[in-house]
Design a protein around this ligand. Structure first.
Ligand code: 4AD
Ligand code: MG
Length: 461
């Protein structure tokens, strides 16, 4: 069995016959020797294979290898005289496993991220996307570790649901009815009762409501799965399908939740820095020179905490001319969020107690009856990375809030029931996983940190 490049490079010393297999990042041929850089995605670096003309297939095969070819190579592991590489392999055997045709689109030159999106089947072979995928993997593991170490139970929330968790009506419909000839009721409208699930059903926008079921029985739970939003957003921070991490905690209020959010984000950043130093180093050198410093600073300093009302005052007094005007009662736009986190405060900020009319129906109504116990965590460059709240656990108030939001009580019957049977104060938040990866890598566009981004007009690959 071939060893991974990662394991080979981590060896204590050179020596011995080893094998690697992977794809060529580069192939340089001169008269007496070929230098093949083999990458298998196990780590940022590749390993150099040096092949000489004494190989039996040198002229026919090895000397013709080009970028992208798949090879298996064996030989002696030796200390490399080259700069920036610890070992190289002096090959006694190089098998060409898969050649590439002439129109292989990935060449050594730099390609634009826009172009790479059009070749989603090949872009994970680039430095950048490979590093992104390893950072995603490390972040997932750290997230599970964080909650598992604290006694949270992972809850698998459903992907298909009949309730709109955010009440915002941005859901993708799931149906098996024939779009050209759906069954209709007497009123001429499509009869959803004949659909697969016996009623209108959708892809979930959030696992929160089900996480609340979990918290009100297992005390501390978290979900980690894909969520879907049919919002027509063409920004660098929005996907129509993204992964969300949603912890939910019983007997917890807003300030306990803010503590959890801060500990959690710091643990994720710390854990990824430890697991993928080479990948983060690359992002720091090639994508955004402030990534490492920012991460270190965020890990070391306490987050700022301010109320929405204070945030509005800061923005009003900032002297900045924003595209969207600020006034108490309007939602904070990305430019406002970034001003607060990036310029005014210079580190992550937890904004709490938003006006009730701009937030979801399930948030705990504060005594002032004007604001709800919500929190958003804003970070430099990305803006909102976490959104959460203490939940409304009082049955009568929740009923009123559902009505005020113009929502139908019917699909929320079980959610309301939880407020009649042993209801307790509880709180939770949602972390946008792709936005965390964006923040940690400094990538400009969220489409370039998702392996298969889904945005309006695009669901290829
Ligand atoms: O603020 P949001 O909409 O909150 C919820 O869905 C709550 N139910 C979460 C909870 O309390 N359990 O979304 C949570 C986070 C946002 O802060 C953002 O990071 C991310 O999810 N997010 C998106 N990420 C990428 N593309 C989108 N279209 C996103 N919408 C939200
Ligand atoms: Mg939000």
């Amino acid at each position: 069995m071939a060893e991974s490049v990662r394991d080979l490079l981590a060896r204590e010393g050179a020596g011995g016959r080893v094998s690697v297999q992977g794809w060529l990042r580069t192939a340089r041929h001169s008269k007496n020797v070929s230098f093949l850089e083999v990458s298998d995605g196990s780590c940022f670096a590749g390993i150099q294979v040096v092949a000489a003309p004494d190989l039996s297939n040198y002229e026919d095969a090895v000397a013709k290898l080009t970028t992208g070819c798949a090879v298996r190579a064996s030989g002696e592991l030796v200390d490399s005289p080259g700069k920036g590489q610890r070992y190289e392999i002096h090959a006694d055997e190089v098998d060409v496993v898969g050649g590439v045709e002439d129109d292989y689109p990935l060449q050594k030159k730099r390609h634009s991220f826009e172009f790479l999106r059009t070749i989603g089947h090949l872009r994970p072979r680039t430095n950048t996307l490979g590093a992104v995928l390893r950072v995603r993997n490390a972040a997932s593991r750290v997230i599970h570790d964080f909650f598992q170490q604290r006694g949270f139970v992972m809850l698998h929330s459903p992907v298909i649901t009949r309730s709109d968790a955010e009440g915002a009506g941005e859901m993708f419909r799931v149906t098996t009815l024939d779009p050209d000839d759906p069954p209709r009721g007497e009123d001429g409208r499509v009869d959803a009762s004949q659909d697969f699930f016996g009623g209108a059903s959708f892809l979930t926008v959030s696992g929160q409501l089900e996480a609340e079921i979990g918290a009100l029985s297992l005390s501390k739970v978290y979900t980690f799965g894909p969520t879907f939003r049919a919002e027509n957003s063409h920004t660098s921070r929005h996907l129509a399908e993204f992964w969300m991490v949603e912890p939910e905690v019983a007997f917890c209020d807003l300030s306990g939740l803010a503590d959890l959010a801060e500990d959690f984000l710091k643990a994720v950043f710390r854990g990824v820095l430890e697991s993928c130093p080479d990948d983060i180093e690359f992002f720091n050198e090639r994508i955004d020179k402030s990534v490492l410093e920012t991460l270190q600073h965020v890990i070391e300093t306490p987050f700022e905490r301010i109320t929405y009302s204070e945030a509005v005052k800061i923005l009003e007094q900032s002297g900045c001319s924003f595209e969207f005007p600020v006034a108490w009662g309007t939602d904070l736009q990305s430019e406002h969020e970034r001003f607060l986190a990036e310029e005014h405060i210079g580190r992550p900020v937890v904004v709490t107690d938003y006006p009730k009319d701009i937030k979801a129906f399930y948030m705990y109504l504060n005594d002032d009856e004007k604001t709800v116990a919500a929190l958003d965590v804003l970070v430099p460059k990305v803006g909102e990375i976490i959104g959460g709240s203490q939940r409304e656990h009082r049955h009568d108030v929740l009923l009123r809030r559902i009505d005020e939001h113009g929502l139908s009580r019917e699909p929320y019957w079980w959610y309301l029931d939880l407020r009649r049977y042993g209801s307790v104060p509880h709180a939770g938040f949602g972390l946008g996983f792709d936005r965390v990866v964006q923040f940690m890598t400094g990538m400009e566009n969220i489409r370039d940190v998702s392996p298969f981004p889904r945005v309006p007009g695009h669901a290829e690959f």
